[in-house]
Write a protein that binds this ligand. Structure first.
Ligand code: PCA
Length: 326
């Protein structure tokens, strides 16, 4: 039996048991990105899998687009038990602990294969860190590689000097600063308006987010630089997790494995599709000029040194283990 078939079989074997053993419960699941985004689609299928797999004993209801809690509030809401489950950008917490930014170290892991290898070595320390914050890590899916968006042609950083640059985590804000731009922290759910009103004039993000938010309405250029591949993760309040019976935990774990697999697949498929859509909708897309790519490499080296300094021995251990796995 394949791994996925085994998971499905285990889920449904568990379901029969759970359906008669637990009383019905509903968990709201806040998610930060739009309903059509591939992470949200994956989360919706995960929720359906758990609901069906437990025979309705545990119903999970997703709330995409930051509609229940805005992205920046989701982790705290779960930690404090206002909701039991939710999804957030892992590197969104880098200001709490540098380790959270392992996936946004520039040019460290820039392919899906490397992102997976990096996750393999980072998953343990990250799970422990989350556990110490009353959170149980369930699954994680990477975004496609991060490129640069602008409302103008940018051949070197001098062309972008002083621009307001939309940031979504510490790394994107630091990149803006080192590039001579002005970072403005804005959730993905708010960016269409921010670009339309001139609150921001550029950003680093995936083709996926540009496509989801139709940024071609305000921006004109996308440079595929593959700066890093940040991850979203789904977490559960630890007390709520510990309160589940083993059968329900089995269903959750089975559905999480399927979600991770399906999410990875969607992210890969979405990479080319979304960049093509940006072009179809009038944006100029392509690689950065050699000069711009060189400037970004220098910024990346500075950021890597800064991150290693901030993340200490644990950070170094992740990077060393990743390099050893190459
Ligand atoms: N989209 C998210 C994070 C990374 C990405 O590709 C965003 O722009 O907020």
């Amino acid at each position: 039996m394949s791994k996925t078939n085994a998971i499905v079989a285990a889920s449904f074997a568990a379901a029969t048991f759970t359906a008669v053993s637990a009383s019905a419960e509903t968990w709201d699941m806040p998610m930060a990105y739009s309903a059509t985004n591939f992470h949200s689609a994956t989360g919706a299928q995960f929720a359906e899998c758990v609901t069906k797999g437990t025979g309705g004993a545990l119903e999970i209801k997703t709330h995409p687009g930051g509609s229940l809690y805005a992205g920046a509030e989701i982790k705290r809401a779960i930690q404090t038990g206002q909701v039991n489950i939710g999804e957030r950008l892992l590197s969104g917490h880098q200001n709490e602990n540098a380790l959270f930014g392992f996936d946004s170290v520039p040019f460290l892991a820039t392919s899906f294969e490397d992102s997976e290898k990096l996750w393999e070595v980072a998953k343990g320390p990250l799970s422990e860190l989350l556990d110490s914050q009353n959170l149980h890590l369930l699954y994680s899916v990477p975004w496609p590689g991060q490129g640069l968006y602008f409302d103008r042609e940018v051949n070197t950083l001098a062309d972008a000097e002083g621009l307001k640059f939309r940031a979504y985590n510490s790394a994107s804000a630091r990149m803006a600063e080192l590039a001579g731009m002005l970072p403005v922290q804005i959730e993905a759910a708010e960016i269409s308006q921010a670009f339309a009103t001139g609150v921001a004039q550029g950003m680093v993000s995936s083709g996926s987010t540009g496509y989801d938010r139709k940024v071609w309405e305000s921006l004109s250029h996308y440079y595929g630089v593959d700066a890093w591949m940040p991850r979203n993760y789904v977490m559960v309040n630890k007390d709520a997790w510990n309160g589940l019976d083993d059968a329900t935990k089995n269903v959750m774990n089975g559905c999480a494995s399927i979600a991770e697999y399906a999410g990875d697949w969607r992210s890969i498929q979405y990479t080319e599709f979304t960049v093509n859509e940006l072009a179809k909708n009038g944006m100029t897309t392509g690689p950065a000029s050699d000069a711009l790519a060189g400037e970004l490499r220098e910024i990346g080296a500075t950021m890597t040194a800064e991150w290693l300094e901030a993340a200490g021995d644990q950070g170094k251990a992740i990077v060393d283990a990743f390099k050893a796995a190459q």
